[in-house]
Design a protein around this ligand. Sequence first.
Ligand code: NAD
Length: 378
Amino acid sequence: MRAGVPRERREGERRVAATPETVRQLVGLGLEVEVETGAGVASGHADSAYTDAGAVVSPELDPLGVDVYLHVRPLTPELVAQLRPGTVTVGLASPATELQTVAALAAEHVTAFALELVPRISRAQSMDALTSQALVTGYRCVLEAALRLPRFFPLFMTAAGTIPPARVLVLGAGVAGLQAIGTAKRLGARVSAYDVRPASADEVASMGGRFIALNLDAVEGAGGYARELSDDRATRQRELLAPHVAEADVLITTAAIPGRPAPLLVTADMVAGMRPGSVVVDLAAESGGNVEGVVAGEERAVRTRAGDGTVTLLGMKDAASAMPSDASRLYAKNVANLLELMVADGVVAPDFGDEVVAGACLTHDGVVRHPPTAEAVS
Ligand code: NAD
């Protein structure tokens, strides 16, 4: 069977779904691999590196000509219409929001695997693109903040005086938040963090952060994820967080609830209550934002309440694409490892008795197999 790797079309997307390393892996499984010219250039892989790895590089990838279509960003309904029935796709699918594409995948009888649906169990860790890409974004957002902060992160004791470390507050201590804590810590900041899941307290401590315990009941849903708070508890949460936000030089927010808009943790008034020069980076900006008034991909200067300066508010967008080399290296491995579960002698034959294969499958044989998405599509 032939696997195709397109040049990603979405503006700002610089990652690629296969690297020369994973092409070797796929060729070793007996697959033919076709890569579209320039697919890997933005992530540091020349066409010749793909050819050396055993791929065929073609000027334009014809979706009709491949059995397996590997991608980064969710497909469009127009692209899906060009695939043959029975084509297998593997990539990010944003099943909660890209409902037209999901409907098209089912209608065209495409067997689509969504990396967001890979079960978060130990056996599937090597296929977990949410984790690998969150690691990149968590790291990157701290660097973005550090570059905008008009002061040092670490403590400096100099002949001209002592400079105290910057105070970094991270809200949401999942994969991205923990990586943000670790990165800020490595840069020498004093880091504190909060998450609505009490289980994250130990993880925060293990990354060198101080966990902030709020006097708020624990909210932990299925699979270790958080659940949405009721309106009054969300309001109480913001009140309790306000003094911690006011003290921070850098605020990084990463809170998310699967399939739901991001929870609002920080009001515009809380941002205005920060010191002049402080920096806020909202990683959840693309899913509605944790910070009131944030816009994905935009940077704004917010006037402080005291009128003595501004706070920088950055809505992160395409954060993983900003580090396309390592983001692609990890992402492509996730894709290849998931595919490896389903390939025997060069033929892709998904075994739906395998919980990882079954869990990651979004559409097959004209049916939307992921129940919440099926309900949303109908
Ligand atoms: P996520 O991106 O869905 O959410 C980020 C964080 O936001 C979570 O820690 C969540 O608790 C937090 N959050 C949600 N609402 C909040 C609120 N109102 N206030 C404060 N924080 C809030 O999460 P994720 O990074 O994908 O990880 C979710 C869980 O999955 C974690 O328990 C993680 O350890 C676990 N996980 C397991 C595996 C595995 O076993 N293979 C892999 C990755 C993650």
